[in-house]
Design a protein around this ligand. Structure first.
Ligand SMILES: NC(=O)C1=CN([C@@H]2O[C@H](COP(=O)(O)OP(=O)(O)OC[C@H]3O[C@@H](n4cnc5c(N)ncnc54)[C@H](OP(=O)(O)O)[C@@H]3O)[C@@H](O)[C@H]2O)C=CC1
Ligand SMILES: Nc1nc(=O)c2c([nH]1)NC[C@@H]1CN(c3ccc(C(=O)N[C@@H](CCC(=O)O)C(=O)O)cc3)C=[N+]21
Length: 284
């Protein structure tokens, strides 16, 4: 079992120390439009961790029918606010809003999600100034803990090709010398493909879709999915599960649980990206 919660706690403790030592106050602004269940979980844990790290943290919650003009105006205000070093617009946005237009409006130096085309391009060409999306960055930390830094000779399969998770995860794995296959909704014979993976990254958004047969014995399994399902036996009537059927994965070499795996690491990396942005701004 890969303990993402412990790994994340160690990283955020280090960030809190650096914030105190360097005398900076990193500012993080989060914008949530409407209500997406995975986003709600994220928002809650994020503001808690930001406070623990000594950050200035602001949350803008807008109604689901917010106009694009109003959202763009808010982004512009945050771009010019000197107390804000990181801006995160939660995805998915309601369908009447054009996510790529909104992301393009974010100052690339404040784009702590790494979604802006400038940061995506920097990552693709290996530019060290890239701000890298938090979830794949956190996933790579966990993979490194298990497999080491160099993944030469290992086969990795990433299921999912989103700009936020799947695509950057595949780029990072490639940079570490893994041999990478990207799978998605049009992939045929997904289970067999996954069963050949030494490193399996699931970023799909379908509760427990990958069964035991999709996991190679000894594989490192990184389950990114955050899915809320009904569970009458749970106190709240629901619980979180990943994209992998965890109970069928006993033959994996190492696996991240949901919750307690990639989620907390995403938040730790968000703190790190925001601290880095604040330090860069101070130098400028
Ligand atoms: N733990 C964390 O910190 C985070 C968790 N998440 C969670 O990770 C999951 C993925 O997020 P995100 O990448 O943003 O989601 P998207 O919906 O943007 O992408 C999902 C990807 O999965 C692929 N897919 C969908 N159905 C299938 C299928 N049946 N077989 C194979 N591939 C399929 C899609 O393929 P196609 O491109 O063909 O449509 C797409 O590429 C979600 O559960 C989300 O909540 C997200 C961010 C952070
Ligand atoms: N622009 C943008 N960037 C994102 O990175 C982004 C997003 N939009 N939209 C939503 C998804 C989802 N996401 C999560 C991150 C952490 C947890 C997390 O902390 N999970 C805990 C939950 C613990 C619990 O509360 O039960 C865990 O897995 O242990 C969850 C979900 C980031 N996302």
């Amino acid at each position: 079992m890969i303990d993402g919660k412990a790994a994340a706690a160690a990283i955020t403790a280090g960030i809190a120390e650096r914030v105190a030592a360097e005398g900076v106050r990193p500012g993080l602004a989060v914008v949530l439009v409407g209500d997406d269940p995975a986003s709600a979980v994220y928002v809650r844990n994020k503001s808690r961790t930001a406070e623990r790290c000594g950050f200035h943290s602001v949350q803008h919650t807008l109604p689901a029918d917010t106009s694009e003009a109003d959202l763009l105006a808010l982004v512009d205000t945050l771009n010019t606010d000197p107390a804000v070093h990181g801006i995160l617009v939660q995805l998915p946005l309601p369908s009447h809003l054009d996510a790529s237009r909104v992301i393009a409006a974010i100052d690339p130096d404040k784009d702590v999600d790494g979604l802006h085309i400038v940061n995506a391009g920097r990552l693709a060409v290996g530019d060290p100034d890239a701000i890298v999306p938090c979830t794949p960055l956190g996933a790579m930390h966990l993979i490194e803990d298990v497999r080491g830094e160099d993944l030469s000779g290992l086969r990795a399969v990433v299921v999912g090709r989103s700009r936020l998770v799947g695509l950057p995860a595949a780029l990072l794995l490639t940079k570490r010398n893994a041999t990478v296959t990207i799978a998605h909704s049009r992939t045929r014979d997904l289970e067999r493909l996954c069963a050949g993976a030494d490193i399996l990254v699931a970023a799909i958004g379908r509760p427990e879709m990958l069964k035991g047969a999709a996991i190679k014995p000894g594989a490192t399994v990184i389950d990114v999915g955050i899915n809320r399902i009904d569970d009458p036996s749970a106190a709240k009537g629901t619980r979180l599960v990943g994209d992998v059927a965890f109970a069928e994965a006993a033959h994996a070499g190492a696996i991240t649980p949901v919750p307690g795996g990639v989620g907390p690491m995403t938040i730790a990396m968000l703190m790190r990206n925001t601290l880095d942005a604040a330090l860069k701004a101070a130098r400028r």
